[in-house]
Design a binder for this molecule. Structure first.
Ligand code: FAD
Length: 485
């Protein structure tokens, strides 16, 4: 029987474990063990219920258009728990000079596609609106190499679009810095649009024309933008865990050493994993860890690989969820919440009106606000204690929303170095990682450092890493493995 180790029990590692479990049930002669340093599975995914309210410490949902997460839930028998966002209520505001300005209708990320709402919005000055019109008529030349998202936005739509739209979108959602994130890694679709049409506005309008109309789509309303689970995102981790072979999960199992062995006979296995549980031997290893943690384990095995991995930056973040009486939130504007540009000089990056975004998150008469803080360049917040963070957020909520009611409860979750940031040159770095991994038989990598940091992307990398490991152990001589793609 071949043995496969999965190191890391976040959603990427769990997805790898589920893929291996399906292979085992299909008759493959394998055994697997999942090592997780923490006391629970799920990694940054962590839901809890307080006063009947469902609180998410990490991701609160996933993009519906990426199918891997919903597909996993269906396979696990929890498809009936999938819950779409209330898109009829979808409205997002940007804080501009301490006033909440709605994002204009027809904006596709940074690209305006509707004339009247763009012309009427208070989000942009007249100069920026004229710049947007010019982009349609006289677009800039396409870039010849990778650049930051901010640089591409600046070339097409000007600095105000960077400051008021693109930066808050990237920092409020992923804790990223638009002036550092790679446009080729984060927004590949825009790069392709620029190459094909030069003007992003023209490209987006052409894409919309080609998109299936209501008549070409299956009957029913269009799919929601976001999907979550009725009982919280942790349902996904719990559902995988319930399907795994009893005894295959090792919790509080920090892996501190990884070694390659000479395989000379049938009884030798290629890998040694050293953890809190002792030394164990495996035929293949899946590292479903943040890149910096994988780098630590691989340093003695392949130094250039470890160097490439440790060069992937990570940001830290904090979510603060505050429970209120609904009556206290009566003055909230309708919508999902707001984003705060860095130019507003606030600590808060974003605030979600949770009770409006999804049905059933709170009991009747209650309301929930989730504030997001931290991100690139704000590491010092990670050292603030709960009292200081709470005081700061309450003050900002009062100044922005005129909310001075005392919350019924406050829950704070810190994620240290949890969000990979795809800097300029990320794709080349990941190609280097792939090339090195391909020279190390029985090794596969998964997680948010490679090809997308969202939950569905991490699930996909876990599945692909498991396939690589299965192929490696099935082969007579272990062949070259490759990074999860
Ligand atoms: C606050 C926050 C909000 C987010 N919001 C969204 C969202 O709304 N939608 C979305 O799609 N995505 C969101 N994301 C991104 C997404 O949730 C993550 O990218 C994804 O869940 C990461 O999964 P992972 O398995 O790769 O890593 P992790 O969840 O980080 O799991 C890695 C695991 O490895 C373990 N580990 C580390 N070192 C060792 C070791 N040496 N030995 C054993 N175990 C080890 C850790 O304890 C951890 O459990 C958010 C992320 C954060 C932090």
């Amino acid at each position: 029987m071949k043995r496969i180790a999965i190191i890391g029990g976040g959603i990427a590692g769990l997805s790898a474990a589920w893929t291996l479990e399906k292979a085992r049930r299909a008759g493959q002669d394998i055994d697997y063990a999942l090592f997780e340093a923490g006391s629970r599975l799920g990694g940054v995914i962590g839901s809890e219920t307080v006063d009947g309210c469902i609180i998410e410490g990490g991701p609160d949902s996933f993009l519906t258009e990426k199918p891997a997460a919903a597909q996993l839930c269906r396979e696990l028998g929890i498809g009936d728990q999938l819950l779409p966002s209330n898109d009829a209520e979808r409205k997002t505001y940007i804080l501009v000079r301490n006033r909440l300005v709605p994002l204009p209708d027809g904006l596709m990320f940074m690209i305006p596609t509707k004339l009247v709402p763009t012309a009427m919005t208070r989000l942009f000055s007249l100069g920026t609106k004229l710049r947007m019109a010019r982009e349609y008529l006289f677009p800039p030349a396409p870039a010849t190499q990778d650049e930051s998202v901010a640089a591409m936005t600046l070339r097409h739509f000007g600095q105000e679009t960077v400051d008021r739209l693109v930066s808050p979108l990237l920092s409020g959602v992923y804790g990223g810095d638009a002036s550092q994130l790679s446009v080729r890694a984060v927004l590949p679709r825009m790069v392709k649009m620029e190459q094909e049409h030069r003007s992003l506005t023209r490209a987006m309008l052409a894409a919309r024309k080609k998109a299936p109309t209501t008549s070409g789509r299956p009957a029913g309303p269009p799919p929601s933008l976001f999907t979550t689970l009725r009982g919280g995102m942790s349902q996904m981790a719990d559902a995988v865990s319930a399907q795994l072979v009893p005894g295959s999960v090792r919790l509080e199992a920090l892996v501190h050493g990884l070694g390659r062995n000479d395989v000379r006979s049938e009884n030798d296995r290629a890998w040694t994993v050293e953890s809190t549980y002792g030394r164990e031997q495996f035929d293949a290893v899946i590292l479903a860890l943040p890149a910096w943690a994988s780098a630590d384990l691989l340093r003695l095995i392949d130094h250039p690989l470890a160097e490439a991995l440790s060069g992937v930056p990570y940001s830290s973040s904090i979510t603060m969820t505050l429970g209120y009486e609904r009556a206290d939130l009566a003055n909230l504007p309708p919508g999902f919440g707001f984003l705060v540009p860095a130019t507003e000089k606030r600590r808060m990056l974003a605030c979600t009106f949770v009770h409006a975004k999804f049905a059933g998150r709170v009991p009747d008469g209650k309301g929930l606000l989730r504030c997001f803080l931290g991100g690139t360049g704000n590491d010092e917040l990670m050292d603030w204690d709960d009292a200081r963070l709470t005081q700061t957020v309450l003050r900002e909520l009062e100044e922005i929303l005129h909310l001075n009611a005392k919350p019924n409860f406050v829950r704070i979750h810190r994620s240290r170095r949890g969000m990979a940031q795809y800097g300029v040159g990320h794709l080349e770095r990941i190609q280097l990682v792939r090339d090195r991994v391909a020279t190390i038989p029985g090794l596969a990598l998964a997680g948010n450092a490679y090809q997308g940091i969202g939950v569905p992307d991490c699930i996909r990398t876990g599945q692909e890493a498991a396939d690589v490991a299965l192929r490696a152990v099935q082969a007579e001589r272990i062949p070259a493995a490759s990074t999860a793609r």
